[in-house]
Design a binder for this molecule. Structure first.
Ligand code: PEP
Ligand code: MG
Length: 580
Protein backbone atom coordinates (compact mmCIF):
# COMPACT_ATOMS: atom_id res chain seq x y z
CA UNK A 1 0.00 0.00 0.00
CA UNK A 2 1.23 3.49 -0.81
CA UNK A 3 2.61 5.63 1.99
CA UNK A 4 3.98 9.14 2.06
CA UNK A 5 6.96 10.46 3.99
CA UNK A 6 7.73 14.14 4.46
CA UNK A 7 11.17 15.71 4.60
CA UNK A 8 13.00 18.85 3.59
CA UNK A 9 12.98 19.70 -0.11
CA UNK A 10 16.56 20.48 -1.08
CA UNK A 11 16.72 19.97 -4.81
CA UNK A 12 13.77 20.25 -7.16
CA UNK A 13 12.32 17.89 -9.76
CA UNK A 14 10.65 14.49 -9.69
CA UNK A 15 12.37 11.12 -9.68
CA UNK A 16 10.54 7.83 -10.08
CA UNK A 17 12.45 4.60 -9.60
CA UNK A 18 13.20 1.44 -7.71
CA UNK A 19 14.71 2.04 -4.29
CA UNK A 20 18.31 1.15 -3.78
CA UNK A 21 19.07 1.11 -0.07
CA UNK A 22 22.53 2.02 1.14
CA UNK A 23 23.07 0.41 4.51
CA UNK A 24 24.89 2.45 7.13
CA UNK A 25 28.07 0.57 7.99
CA UNK A 26 28.11 2.07 11.49
CA UNK A 27 25.01 0.11 12.47
CA UNK A 28 26.48 -3.18 11.46
CA UNK A 29 30.01 -3.24 12.88
CA UNK A 30 31.25 -6.26 14.72
CA UNK A 31 32.48 -5.84 18.30
CA UNK A 32 35.17 -8.24 19.48
CA UNK A 33 38.35 -8.29 21.57
CA UNK A 34 41.53 -8.66 19.58
CA UNK A 35 43.94 -11.36 20.80
CA UNK A 36 47.06 -9.78 22.35
CA UNK A 37 49.41 -11.09 19.67
CA UNK A 38 47.31 -9.43 16.93
CA UNK A 39 47.07 -5.97 18.50
CA UNK A 40 49.75 -4.30 16.38
CA UNK A 41 48.35 -5.89 13.21
CA UNK A 42 44.93 -4.49 14.15
CA UNK A 43 46.43 -1.02 14.64
CA UNK A 44 47.97 -1.34 11.18
CA UNK A 45 44.66 -2.42 9.70
CA UNK A 46 43.10 0.69 11.20
CA UNK A 47 45.92 2.99 9.98
CA UNK A 48 45.72 1.51 6.49
CA UNK A 49 41.97 2.10 6.31
CA UNK A 50 42.40 5.76 7.37
CA UNK A 51 45.20 6.21 4.82
CA UNK A 52 43.03 4.63 2.10
CA UNK A 53 40.21 7.08 2.76
CA UNK A 54 42.57 10.08 2.91
CA UNK A 55 44.06 9.03 -0.45
CA UNK A 56 40.62 8.42 -1.85
CA UNK A 57 39.57 11.95 -0.86
CA UNK A 58 42.70 13.37 -2.49
CA UNK A 59 42.05 11.43 -5.65
CA UNK A 60 38.37 12.43 -5.86
CA UNK A 61 39.53 16.03 -5.45
CA UNK A 62 42.17 15.76 -8.16
CA UNK A 63 39.59 14.36 -10.55
CA UNK A 64 37.06 17.11 -10.00
CA UNK A 65 36.21 18.77 -13.31
CA UNK A 66 37.56 22.32 -13.55
CA UNK A 67 34.04 23.74 -13.55
CA UNK A 68 32.99 22.02 -10.30
CA UNK A 69 31.53 24.37 -7.72
CA UNK A 70 34.32 25.43 -5.30
CA UNK A 71 32.43 23.95 -2.35
CA UNK A 72 33.14 20.43 -3.67
CA UNK A 73 36.89 20.78 -3.10
CA UNK A 74 36.27 22.56 0.21
CA UNK A 75 34.11 19.65 1.39
CA UNK A 76 36.70 17.06 0.49
CA UNK A 77 39.31 19.04 2.34
CA UNK A 78 37.02 19.35 5.36
CA UNK A 79 36.55 15.58 5.40
CA UNK A 80 40.30 15.04 5.24
CA UNK A 81 40.84 17.43 8.14
CA UNK A 82 38.16 15.70 10.21
CA UNK A 83 39.75 12.33 9.56
CA UNK A 84 43.22 13.56 10.44
CA UNK A 85 42.02 14.94 13.79
CA UNK A 86 43.74 12.94 16.58
CA UNK A 87 40.31 12.16 18.03
CA UNK A 88 39.61 9.96 15.02
CA UNK A 89 43.06 9.07 13.71
CA UNK A 90 44.94 8.45 17.01
CA UNK A 91 42.47 7.75 19.82
CA UNK A 92 41.16 4.57 18.17
CA UNK A 93 44.77 3.26 18.15
CA UNK A 94 44.83 3.72 21.95
CA UNK A 95 41.52 1.89 22.30
CA UNK A 96 42.87 -1.00 20.24
CA UNK A 97 46.07 -1.17 22.28
CA UNK A 98 44.63 -0.51 25.74
CA UNK A 99 41.22 -2.16 25.56
CA UNK A 100 41.85 -4.63 22.72
CA UNK A 101 38.82 -3.32 20.78
CA UNK A 102 38.72 -4.35 17.13
CA UNK A 103 39.34 -1.43 14.72
CA UNK A 104 35.67 -0.94 13.76
CA UNK A 105 34.57 -0.90 17.39
CA UNK A 106 37.33 1.53 18.39
CA UNK A 107 36.37 3.87 15.57
CA UNK A 108 32.62 3.88 16.26
CA UNK A 109 33.38 4.48 19.93
CA UNK A 110 35.32 7.61 18.95
CA UNK A 111 32.58 8.65 16.56
CA UNK A 112 30.27 9.08 19.53
CA UNK A 113 32.88 11.16 21.37
CA UNK A 114 33.48 13.36 18.31
CA UNK A 115 29.77 13.89 17.66
CA UNK A 116 29.21 14.76 21.33
CA UNK A 117 31.92 17.43 21.04
CA UNK A 118 30.17 19.00 18.05
CA UNK A 119 26.80 18.86 19.79
CA UNK A 120 28.12 21.09 22.56
CA UNK A 121 28.84 23.86 20.07
CA UNK A 122 25.98 26.30 19.88
CA UNK A 123 26.82 27.62 16.43
CA UNK A 124 24.22 26.05 14.14
CA UNK A 125 26.57 25.74 11.17
CA UNK A 126 29.35 24.05 13.15
CA UNK A 127 26.90 21.79 14.97
CA UNK A 128 25.61 20.67 11.58
CA UNK A 129 29.13 19.49 10.73
CA UNK A 130 28.68 16.51 13.06
CA UNK A 131 26.99 14.90 10.06
CA UNK A 132 30.30 15.24 8.21
CA UNK A 133 32.11 13.46 11.05
CA UNK A 134 29.65 10.57 10.80
CA UNK A 135 30.08 10.42 7.03
CA UNK A 136 33.88 10.30 7.28
CA UNK A 137 33.73 7.52 9.86
CA UNK A 138 31.25 5.65 7.69
CA UNK A 139 33.76 5.71 4.84
CA UNK A 140 36.56 4.29 6.99
CA UNK A 141 34.21 1.59 8.28
CA UNK A 142 33.35 0.61 4.74
CA UNK A 143 37.05 0.20 3.95
CA UNK A 144 37.53 -1.86 7.12
CA UNK A 145 34.58 -4.10 6.30
CA UNK A 146 35.50 -4.40 2.64
CA UNK A 147 32.32 -2.75 1.38
CA UNK A 148 33.87 0.49 0.15
CA UNK A 149 34.47 1.54 -3.40
CA UNK A 150 31.07 0.94 -4.87
CA UNK A 151 27.60 1.95 -3.97
CA UNK A 152 26.43 -1.56 -4.57
CA UNK A 153 24.65 -0.77 -7.77
CA UNK A 154 24.80 -3.38 -10.47
CA UNK A 155 22.70 -1.56 -13.04
CA UNK A 156 22.56 2.12 -12.26
CA UNK A 157 20.26 4.35 -14.23
CA UNK A 158 17.68 7.07 -14.06
CA UNK A 159 15.19 4.53 -12.82
CA UNK A 160 17.08 3.94 -9.56
CA UNK A 161 16.62 6.18 -6.56
CA UNK A 162 18.93 6.06 -3.57
CA UNK A 163 17.48 5.74 -0.10
CA UNK A 164 20.02 6.08 2.66
CA UNK A 165 20.32 6.95 6.29
CA UNK A 166 22.87 9.55 5.17
CA UNK A 167 25.10 10.07 2.12
CA UNK A 168 28.63 11.43 2.33
CA UNK A 169 29.40 14.30 -0.05
CA UNK A 170 32.30 12.26 -1.42
CA UNK A 171 29.80 9.54 -2.37
CA UNK A 172 27.57 12.20 -3.84
CA UNK A 173 30.41 13.06 -6.22
CA UNK A 174 29.91 9.68 -7.83
CA UNK A 175 26.38 10.77 -8.70
CA UNK A 176 27.73 13.46 -10.97
CA UNK A 177 27.18 11.42 -14.07
CA UNK A 178 23.51 11.40 -13.14
CA UNK A 179 23.20 7.66 -13.05
CA UNK A 180 20.58 7.99 -10.35
CA UNK A 181 17.17 9.51 -10.61
CA UNK A 182 17.32 11.11 -7.18
CA UNK A 183 17.77 10.40 -3.52
CA UNK A 184 16.30 10.67 -0.08
CA UNK A 185 18.06 10.50 3.26
CA UNK A 186 16.93 10.16 6.85
CA UNK A 187 19.40 12.74 8.09
CA UNK A 188 20.35 16.19 6.93
CA UNK A 189 19.01 19.69 7.01
CA UNK A 190 18.90 22.52 4.56
CA UNK A 191 22.51 23.48 5.45
CA UNK A 192 23.96 19.96 5.43
CA UNK A 193 26.76 19.47 2.96
CA UNK A 194 24.86 16.68 1.30
CA UNK A 195 22.04 19.11 0.60
CA UNK A 196 24.52 21.71 -0.67
CA UNK A 197 26.09 19.21 -3.07
CA UNK A 198 22.68 17.88 -4.13
CA UNK A 199 21.51 21.32 -5.05
CA UNK A 200 24.54 21.94 -7.20
CA UNK A 201 24.22 18.52 -8.85
CA UNK A 202 20.61 19.21 -9.72
CA UNK A 203 19.27 15.81 -8.66
CA UNK A 204 15.76 15.69 -7.11
CA UNK A 205 16.44 15.23 -3.43
CA UNK A 206 14.69 15.20 -0.08
CA UNK A 207 16.62 15.03 3.21
CA UNK A 208 15.64 14.81 6.86
CA UNK A 209 12.94 12.24 6.13
CA UNK A 210 13.58 10.50 9.45
CA UNK A 211 12.70 6.90 8.72
CA UNK A 212 12.94 6.35 4.98
CA UNK A 213 15.83 3.87 5.19
CA UNK A 214 13.88 1.77 7.71
CA UNK A 215 10.41 1.91 6.13
CA UNK A 216 11.28 1.57 2.45
CA UNK A 217 12.28 -1.84 1.13
CA UNK A 218 14.96 -2.60 -1.43
CA UNK A 219 13.54 -2.39 -5.00
CA UNK A 220 10.26 -0.87 -3.86
CA UNK A 221 8.89 1.66 -6.34
CA UNK A 222 9.40 5.19 -5.00
CA UNK A 223 8.55 8.71 -6.14
CA UNK A 224 10.77 11.54 -4.91
CA UNK A 225 9.20 14.94 -5.25
CA UNK A 226 12.12 17.32 -4.69
CA UNK A 227 9.88 20.39 -4.94
CA UNK A 228 7.35 19.36 -2.31
CA UNK A 229 9.87 17.55 -0.06
CA UNK A 230 7.82 14.36 -0.23
CA UNK A 231 8.55 10.72 -0.99
CA UNK A 232 5.83 8.26 -1.92
CA UNK A 233 6.53 4.55 -1.64
CA UNK A 234 4.55 1.93 -3.59
CA UNK A 235 2.32 4.50 -5.30
CA UNK A 236 -0.96 3.41 -6.86
CA UNK A 237 -1.26 3.37 -10.65
CA UNK A 238 -3.20 6.64 -10.60
CA UNK A 239 -0.63 8.48 -8.46
CA UNK A 240 2.18 7.07 -10.59
CA UNK A 241 0.59 8.29 -13.80
CA UNK A 242 -0.03 11.70 -12.32
CA UNK A 243 3.64 12.02 -11.27
CA UNK A 244 4.91 10.74 -14.62
CA UNK A 245 2.87 13.43 -16.25
CA UNK A 246 4.17 16.05 -13.83
CA UNK A 247 7.75 14.90 -14.40
CA UNK A 248 7.41 15.13 -18.18
CA UNK A 249 5.99 18.58 -17.82
CA UNK A 250 8.78 19.72 -15.47
CA UNK A 251 11.49 18.22 -17.66
CA UNK A 252 10.18 20.01 -20.71
CA UNK A 253 9.96 23.22 -18.77
CA UNK A 254 13.50 22.93 -17.38
CA UNK A 255 15.01 21.95 -20.71
CA UNK A 256 13.32 24.85 -22.36
CA UNK A 257 14.55 27.22 -19.67
CA UNK A 258 18.12 25.89 -19.82
CA UNK A 259 18.26 26.71 -23.49
CA UNK A 260 17.75 30.34 -22.56
CA UNK A 261 21.02 30.45 -20.63
CA UNK A 262 23.18 32.06 -23.28
CA UNK A 263 20.39 33.89 -25.04
CA UNK A 264 20.67 37.67 -24.62
CA UNK A 265 17.79 38.95 -22.50
CA UNK A 266 15.90 41.14 -24.96
CA UNK A 267 12.21 41.92 -25.10
CA UNK A 268 10.11 41.22 -28.20
CA UNK A 269 10.69 44.83 -29.22
CA UNK A 270 14.44 44.30 -28.82
CA UNK A 271 15.15 46.26 -25.65
CA UNK A 272 18.19 44.84 -23.82
CA UNK A 273 17.55 43.89 -20.19
CA UNK A 274 20.27 43.20 -17.60
CA UNK A 275 19.68 40.14 -15.44
CA UNK A 276 22.06 40.12 -12.48
CA UNK A 277 22.46 37.76 -9.56
CA UNK A 278 22.09 38.33 -5.82
CA UNK A 279 24.76 36.44 -3.90
CA UNK A 280 25.56 35.93 -0.25
CA UNK A 281 28.91 34.13 -0.55
CA UNK A 282 31.65 33.96 -3.18
CA UNK A 283 30.73 30.33 -3.81
CA UNK A 284 27.29 31.46 -5.07
CA UNK A 285 28.99 32.81 -8.20
CA UNK A 286 29.16 29.33 -9.72
CA UNK A 287 25.38 29.18 -10.00
CA UNK A 288 25.17 32.79 -11.16
CA UNK A 289 27.53 32.01 -14.04
CA UNK A 290 25.72 28.75 -14.74
CA UNK A 291 22.42 30.51 -15.37
CA UNK A 292 24.05 33.19 -17.51
CA UNK A 293 23.88 36.15 -15.10
CA UNK A 294 25.43 39.19 -16.75
CA UNK A 295 26.75 40.46 -13.44
CA UNK A 296 26.25 40.47 -9.68
CA UNK A 297 23.66 43.09 -8.80
CA UNK A 298 23.84 42.56 -5.05
CA UNK A 299 26.62 40.95 -3.04
CA UNK A 300 25.38 40.89 0.56
CA UNK A 301 28.77 41.18 2.27
CA UNK A 302 27.34 40.89 5.77
CA UNK A 303 27.43 37.09 5.53
CA UNK A 304 31.23 37.31 5.70
CA UNK A 305 30.91 39.13 9.04
CA UNK A 306 28.46 36.83 10.81
CA UNK A 307 29.02 34.14 13.46
CA UNK A 308 32.63 35.02 14.13
CA UNK A 309 32.53 35.55 17.91
CA UNK A 310 33.36 39.23 17.65
CA UNK A 311 36.37 38.64 15.36
CA UNK A 312 35.50 40.63 12.25
CA UNK A 313 37.22 39.80 8.95
CA UNK A 314 40.28 41.99 8.44
CA UNK A 315 41.03 43.96 5.28
CA UNK A 316 43.02 41.15 3.67
CA UNK A 317 40.32 38.53 4.24
CA UNK A 318 37.66 40.87 2.89
CA UNK A 319 39.79 41.83 -0.11
CA UNK A 320 40.36 38.17 -0.99
CA UNK A 321 36.65 37.36 -0.70
CA UNK A 322 35.59 40.35 -2.85
CA UNK A 323 38.31 39.65 -5.36
CA UNK A 324 37.28 36.00 -5.65
CA UNK A 325 33.78 37.15 -6.65
CA UNK A 326 35.21 39.53 -9.25
CA UNK A 327 37.46 36.78 -10.64
CA UNK A 328 34.62 34.25 -10.68
CA UNK A 329 32.41 36.62 -12.65
CA UNK A 330 35.11 36.92 -15.32
CA UNK A 331 34.76 40.59 -16.17
CA UNK A 332 31.00 40.98 -15.60
CA UNK A 333 30.19 43.87 -13.23
CA UNK A 334 30.03 43.08 -9.52
CA UNK A 335 27.99 45.26 -7.16
CA UNK A 336 29.35 44.98 -3.63
CA UNK A 337 27.01 46.22 -0.95
CA UNK A 338 28.63 47.54 2.20
CA UNK A 339 27.82 45.84 5.47
CA UNK A 340 24.07 45.73 6.08
CA UNK A 341 23.70 44.46 9.63
CA UNK A 342 21.09 45.23 12.21
CA UNK A 343 17.36 44.40 12.20
CA UNK A 344 17.05 40.67 11.45
CA UNK A 345 20.72 40.32 10.46
CA UNK A 346 22.95 40.48 13.50
CA UNK A 347 26.67 39.87 13.66
CA UNK A 348 26.81 37.41 16.54
CA UNK A 349 23.22 36.75 17.35
CA UNK A 350 23.06 40.22 18.93
CA UNK A 351 21.87 43.45 17.38
CA UNK A 352 24.83 45.83 17.04
CA UNK A 353 23.22 48.08 19.60
CA UNK A 354 20.44 47.12 21.93
CA UNK A 355 17.34 48.61 20.39
CA UNK A 356 13.64 48.30 21.02
CA UNK A 357 12.96 48.48 17.32
CA UNK A 358 16.00 47.18 15.42
CA UNK A 359 14.49 47.65 11.94
CA UNK A 360 14.38 51.37 12.69
CA UNK A 361 17.61 51.38 14.65
CA UNK A 362 21.33 51.55 14.03
CA UNK A 363 21.47 49.30 10.97
CA UNK A 364 23.26 49.25 7.62
CA UNK A 365 24.83 52.60 6.62
CA UNK A 366 23.94 54.06 10.02
CA UNK A 367 25.90 51.36 11.81
CA UNK A 368 28.85 51.66 9.42
CA UNK A 369 29.08 55.42 9.87
CA UNK A 370 29.05 54.95 13.63
CA UNK A 371 32.05 52.59 13.31
CA UNK A 372 34.28 54.58 10.92
CA UNK A 373 37.40 52.42 11.35
CA UNK A 374 35.48 49.24 10.56
CA UNK A 375 33.80 50.96 7.61
CA UNK A 376 37.13 52.32 6.32
CA UNK A 377 38.56 48.81 6.42
CA UNK A 378 35.71 47.54 4.27
CA UNK A 379 35.97 50.47 1.86
CA UNK A 380 39.72 49.85 1.40
CA UNK A 381 39.09 46.14 0.80
CA UNK A 382 36.41 46.89 -1.82
CA UNK A 383 38.58 49.55 -3.49
CA UNK A 384 41.52 47.12 -3.69
CA UNK A 385 39.26 44.47 -5.20
CA UNK A 386 38.08 47.02 -7.78
CA UNK A 387 41.55 46.91 -9.36
CA UNK A 388 40.69 43.41 -10.65
CA UNK A 389 37.49 44.04 -12.59
CA UNK A 390 34.34 46.11 -12.96
CA UNK A 391 33.22 46.81 -9.40
CA UNK A 392 30.42 48.99 -8.08
CA UNK A 393 29.93 50.00 -4.45
CA UNK A 394 26.38 49.98 -3.10
CA UNK A 395 25.23 51.73 0.09
CA UNK A 396 22.24 50.24 1.93
CA UNK A 397 19.37 51.96 3.70
CA UNK A 398 20.04 55.57 2.78
CA UNK A 399 17.63 58.09 4.25
CA UNK A 400 19.72 61.26 4.40
CA UNK A 401 22.05 62.66 1.75
CA UNK A 402 24.58 63.38 4.50
CA UNK A 403 25.09 59.63 4.71
CA UNK A 404 26.34 59.69 1.14
CA UNK A 405 28.52 62.75 1.77
CA UNK A 406 30.09 61.12 4.82
CA UNK A 407 30.73 57.93 2.86
CA UNK A 408 32.38 59.91 0.05
CA UNK A 409 34.65 61.57 2.65
CA UNK A 410 35.62 58.15 4.03
CA UNK A 411 36.17 56.88 0.49
CA UNK A 412 38.56 59.79 -0.15
CA UNK A 413 40.40 58.85 3.02
CA UNK A 414 40.52 55.16 2.00
CA UNK A 415 41.85 56.07 -1.46
CA UNK A 416 44.56 58.30 0.07
CA UNK A 417 45.62 55.46 2.37
CA UNK A 418 45.88 53.08 -0.57
CA UNK A 419 47.87 55.59 -2.59
CA UNK A 420 50.27 55.97 0.36
CA UNK A 421 50.58 52.17 0.49
CA UNK A 422 51.02 52.03 -3.30
CA UNK A 423 48.08 49.65 -3.63
CA UNK A 424 46.00 49.65 -6.82
CA UNK A 425 42.29 50.49 -7.08
CA UNK A 426 39.81 51.76 -9.65
CA UNK A 427 39.70 55.55 -9.07
CA UNK A 428 36.39 55.74 -10.96
CA UNK A 429 34.57 52.95 -9.08
CA UNK A 430 30.85 53.88 -9.29
CA UNK A 431 29.05 54.48 -5.99
CA UNK A 432 25.35 53.69 -5.87
CA UNK A 433 22.62 53.83 -3.28
CA UNK A 434 19.85 51.50 -2.26
CA UNK A 435 16.46 53.08 -2.33
CA UNK A 436 14.61 51.18 0.35
CA UNK A 437 13.33 53.89 2.65
CA UNK A 438 10.39 56.01 1.41
CA UNK A 439 12.19 59.19 2.55
CA UNK A 440 14.94 58.53 0.00
CA UNK A 441 12.47 57.68 -2.76
CA UNK A 442 10.57 60.90 -2.09
CA UNK A 443 13.60 63.21 -2.06
CA UNK A 444 15.52 61.59 -4.89
CA UNK A 445 16.63 64.77 -6.64
CA UNK A 446 19.31 65.41 -4.01
CA UNK A 447 20.33 61.73 -3.96
CA UNK A 448 20.85 61.35 -7.70
CA UNK A 449 23.30 64.26 -7.71
CA UNK A 450 25.58 62.34 -5.38
CA UNK A 451 25.27 58.82 -6.78
CA UNK A 452 26.25 56.93 -9.95
CA UNK A 453 23.42 54.37 -9.88
CA UNK A 454 20.36 53.33 -7.87
CA UNK A 455 19.16 49.94 -6.72
CA UNK A 456 15.67 49.57 -5.28
CA UNK A 457 15.52 47.26 -2.27
CA UNK A 458 11.86 46.36 -2.46
CA UNK A 459 12.02 44.05 0.56
CA UNK A 460 12.73 46.94 2.88
CA UNK A 461 10.87 49.51 0.80
CA UNK A 462 7.67 47.50 1.35
CA UNK A 463 8.49 47.03 5.04
CA UNK A 464 9.03 50.74 5.64
CA UNK A 465 6.23 51.99 3.38
CA UNK A 466 3.56 49.73 4.82
CA UNK A 467 4.92 49.76 8.40
CA UNK A 468 5.15 45.97 8.38
CA UNK A 469 7.98 44.13 10.05
CA UNK A 470 9.14 41.79 7.30
CA UNK A 471 10.08 39.16 9.89
CA UNK A 472 6.79 39.20 11.80
CA UNK A 473 4.45 36.34 10.86
CA UNK A 474 1.49 38.08 12.43
CA UNK A 475 1.53 40.80 9.77
CA UNK A 476 2.93 38.76 6.88
CA UNK A 477 -0.44 38.83 5.11
CA UNK A 478 -0.21 42.62 4.88
CA UNK A 479 3.18 42.55 3.14
CA UNK A 480 2.05 43.55 -0.33
CA UNK A 481 4.37 44.35 -3.27
CA UNK A 482 1.34 45.47 -5.27
CA UNK A 483 0.19 48.08 -2.76
CA UNK A 484 -0.36 51.28 -4.81
CA UNK A 485 2.01 53.24 -2.55
CA UNK A 486 4.82 50.74 -3.17
CA UNK A 487 4.25 50.73 -6.92
CA UNK A 488 4.24 54.53 -7.05
CA UNK A 489 7.54 54.70 -5.15
CA UNK A 490 9.12 52.10 -7.44
CA UNK A 491 7.86 53.85 -10.59
CA UNK A 492 8.94 57.26 -9.29
CA UNK A 493 12.45 56.01 -8.41
CA UNK A 494 12.91 54.44 -11.84
CA UNK A 495 11.76 57.51 -13.71
CA UNK A 496 13.72 60.08 -11.62
CA UNK A 497 16.85 57.89 -11.80
CA UNK A 498 16.58 57.53 -15.56
CA UNK A 499 15.90 61.23 -16.05
CA UNK A 500 19.18 61.86 -14.22
CA UNK A 501 20.86 59.33 -16.55
CA UNK A 502 21.53 56.85 -13.76
CA UNK A 503 21.10 53.10 -14.20
CA UNK A 504 18.32 51.84 -11.90
CA UNK A 505 17.97 48.23 -10.73
CA UNK A 506 15.58 46.35 -8.47
CA UNK A 507 17.41 43.87 -6.23
CA UNK A 508 14.63 42.95 -3.78
CA UNK A 509 12.53 39.80 -4.13
CA UNK A 510 10.15 41.50 -6.56
CA UNK A 511 12.88 41.31 -9.23
CA UNK A 512 12.93 37.49 -9.07
CA UNK A 513 9.16 37.01 -9.17
CA UNK A 514 8.37 36.11 -12.78
CA UNK A 515 4.73 37.14 -12.24
CA UNK A 516 5.92 40.73 -11.77
CA UNK A 517 8.52 40.88 -14.56
CA UNK A 518 6.24 42.50 -17.13
CA UNK A 519 4.88 45.00 -14.63
CA UNK A 520 8.42 46.08 -13.71
CA UNK A 521 9.36 46.32 -17.39
CA UNK A 522 6.27 48.45 -17.91
CA UNK A 523 7.34 50.70 -15.03
CA UNK A 524 10.59 51.29 -16.93
CA UNK A 525 12.93 48.83 -15.19
CA UNK A 526 15.80 47.53 -17.34
CA UNK A 527 18.02 45.96 -14.66
CA UNK A 528 16.86 43.10 -12.44
CA UNK A 529 18.92 41.37 -9.74
CA UNK A 530 17.71 38.12 -8.15
CA UNK A 531 18.67 34.73 -6.76
CA UNK A 532 20.25 32.71 -9.60
CA UNK A 533 17.56 30.00 -9.29
CA UNK A 534 14.94 32.52 -10.42
CA UNK A 535 16.86 33.90 -13.36
CA UNK A 536 15.80 31.65 -16.22
CA UNK A 537 12.09 31.96 -15.53
CA UNK A 538 12.44 35.75 -15.36
CA UNK A 539 14.44 35.69 -18.59
CA UNK A 540 11.67 33.71 -20.24
CA UNK A 541 9.21 36.43 -19.29
CA UNK A 542 11.52 39.12 -20.64
CA UNK A 543 11.86 37.33 -23.97
CA UNK A 544 8.08 37.14 -24.33
CA UNK A 545 7.37 40.72 -23.29
CA UNK A 546 6.36 43.58 -25.49
CA UNK A 547 7.44 46.82 -23.82
CA UNK A 548 4.78 48.99 -25.41
CA UNK A 549 2.09 46.68 -24.08
CA UNK A 550 3.75 46.40 -20.63
CA UNK A 551 4.01 50.19 -20.41
CA UNK A 552 0.36 50.69 -21.30
CA UNK A 553 -0.83 48.21 -18.67
CA UNK A 554 1.60 49.58 -16.07
CA UNK A 555 0.13 53.02 -16.66
CA UNK A 556 -3.34 51.67 -15.93
CA UNK A 557 -2.02 49.98 -12.80
CA UNK A 558 -0.56 53.24 -11.51
CA UNK A 559 -3.73 55.14 -12.36
CA UNK A 560 -5.86 52.70 -10.40
CA UNK A 561 -5.78 52.92 -6.64
CA UNK A 562 -7.93 49.82 -6.27
CA UNK A 563 -6.11 46.70 -5.00
CA UNK A 564 -8.49 44.26 -6.75
CA UNK A 565 -8.18 46.00 -10.09
CA UNK A 566 -4.37 46.24 -9.75
CA UNK A 567 -4.16 42.52 -9.02
CA UNK A 568 -6.35 41.66 -12.01
CA UNK A 569 -4.34 43.89 -14.35
CA UNK A 570 -1.00 42.48 -13.18
CA UNK A 571 -2.17 38.86 -13.38
CA UNK A 572 -3.60 39.47 -16.84
CA UNK A 573 -0.37 41.15 -17.96
CA UNK A 574 1.66 38.16 -16.75
CA UNK A 575 -0.66 35.70 -18.51
CA UNK A 576 -0.80 37.83 -21.62
CA UNK A 577 -4.56 38.31 -21.36
CA UNK A 578 -4.81 41.98 -20.35
CA UNK A 579 -5.60 44.10 -23.37
CA UNK A 580 -4.65 47.75 -23.72
C1 PEP B 1 15.94 44.73 0.02
O1 PEP B 1 15.69 45.28 1.11
O2 PEP B 1 15.11 44.65 -0.90
C2 PEP B 1 17.26 44.15 -0.21
C3 PEP B 1 17.60 43.68 -1.38
O3 PEP B 1 18.12 44.08 0.84
P1 PEP B 1 18.01 42.98 2.01
O4 PEP B 1 16.96 41.98 1.60
O5 PEP B 1 19.36 42.38 2.13
O6 PEP B 1 17.60 43.82 3.18
MG1 MG C 1 17.30 45.85 2.39
Amino acid sequence: MAFILHGIAVSGGIAIGRAHLIAPAALEVAHYLVPLEHIEAEVHRFDDAVATVVNELYSVESELPADSPPEFAALLELHRLILQDPLLSEEPQNLIRERRYNAEWALTQQLQAAVAQFEEIEDEYIAARRADVAQVVERVLKVLTGTAGDLGLSSPGDDVVIIAHDIAPADMMQFKKRVFGGFATDLGGATSHTAIVARSLDIPAVVGVGNAARLIQQDELVIIDGDAGVIIAEPSAIILEEYRHKRRHLELQRDRLKRLRYMPARTLDDAPIELHANIELPSDCAMAVEVGATGVGLYRTEFLFMNRSGQLPDEEEQYLAYRSVIDAMGGAPVTIRTLDVGADKSLDGEAPVDSGNPALGLRAIRYCLSEPQMFLTQLRAILRASAHGATRLLLPMLAHVQEIDQTHALLDQARAQLVARKQAFDPAMPVGGMIEIPAAALSLSSFVKRLDFLSIGTNDLIQYTLAIDRTDNAVAHLYDPLHPAVLHLVAHTISVGHRANLPVAVCGEMAGDARLTRLLLGLGLREFSMHPAQMLSVKQEVLLSDLTHCQAVAKKVLASGEPQRIRALVAGLARGTTST
